[in-house]
Design a binder for this molecule. Structure first.
Ligand SMILES: C[S@@+](CC[C@H](N)C(=O)[O-])C[C@H]1O[C@@H](n2cnc3c(N)ncnc32)[C@H](O)[C@@H]1O
Length: 226
């Protein structure tokens, strides 16, 4: 990833590029730490959806190159990969063609996905919220929450004193910068509440070493009219 990766960087545009899409997995997940993170995160995504009825349809928004959709398909679910980037979805279709009709794609902005008419038994929203300030994270997660009455699993980075020190130490290294907008604990509570969700469970991808969390939520119960 180039030096332009930072706050002046728009994730809705950046991935609409063939070369970016082709190189996405290789650039992030082939180093030793990348492979470790990838395999731990995939294991947790598998756990986060455990217990869902076989054959359930999961909306993966954003799907990117289908990295995590693959885990869900291997677990016996069907997946609709949603992304704003046709290039990322083309890479996902190449990767996941062996699953036939169980994997489909839809090019949409996740924030307005409800207007597409899609509904899912559950949804995944991974590795994207961190790119936006909190208000946009809320809008994004609300958009995904609007298309399911079931479980919604998302990933985010947590901002603690320790992780700020780690980010500061890594500043000069020629590696991809960490989460651009990680959240404090209270921001995270706000994100979940304002997206109309409640937390059921959370997993840490690599306790102490990584700021990444996998958070399992469900819709807040609708209050009965008084
Ligand atoms: C870092 S990739 C993560 C993909 C995948 N979830 C994963 O974990 O590998 C972020 C993706 O978000 C997509 N994206 C950015 N803004 C979006 C939006 N508003 N609606 C849908 N997808 C969006 C990008 O096109 C890109 O494919």
């Amino acid at each position: 990833m180039s030096a332009s990766y930072g706050k002046n960087w728009n994730p809705a545009d950046h991935y609409r590029d063939d070369a970016v899409a082709r190189n996405y997995d290789r650039q992030r997940f082939t180093s030793l730490s990348g492979r470790l993170f990838n395999s731990l995160e995939k294991r947790l995504i598998g756990k986060a959806f455990a217990g869902l009825a076989p054959g359930s349809v999961i909306g993966d928004a954003p799907c990117g190159t289908g990295r995590l959709a693959e885990v869900l398909l291997e677990s016996g679910f069907s997946v609709v990969g949603v992304d704003i980037s046709p290039q990322m979805l083309a890479t996902a279709r190449e990767r996941l063609g062996r699953f036939g009709e169980r994997f489909r794609t839809a090019t949409y902005d996740a924030k307005t996905l409800a207007s597409s008419g899609h509904r899912f038994d559950a949804a995944l929203c991974a590795r994207v919220l961190m790119h936006f300030p909190l208000s946009e994270q809320i809008a994004f997660l609300r958009g995904v929450a609007a298309v399911t009455d079931g479980r919604l699993v998302f990933t985010q980075g947590i901002d603690t004193g320790w992780h700020r020190v780690r980010r500061w130490l890594k500043r000069g290294l020629p590696i991809q910068r960490p989460a651009v907008y990680p959240l404090t604990r209270s921001d995270l509570r706000q994100l979940i509440e304002q997206a109309g969700l409640r937390e059921i469970k959370r997993y840490r991808v690599l306790p102490v070493l990584s700021e990444s969390l996998v958070i399992v939520t469900e819709p807040l119960p609708v209050k009965a009219a008084e």
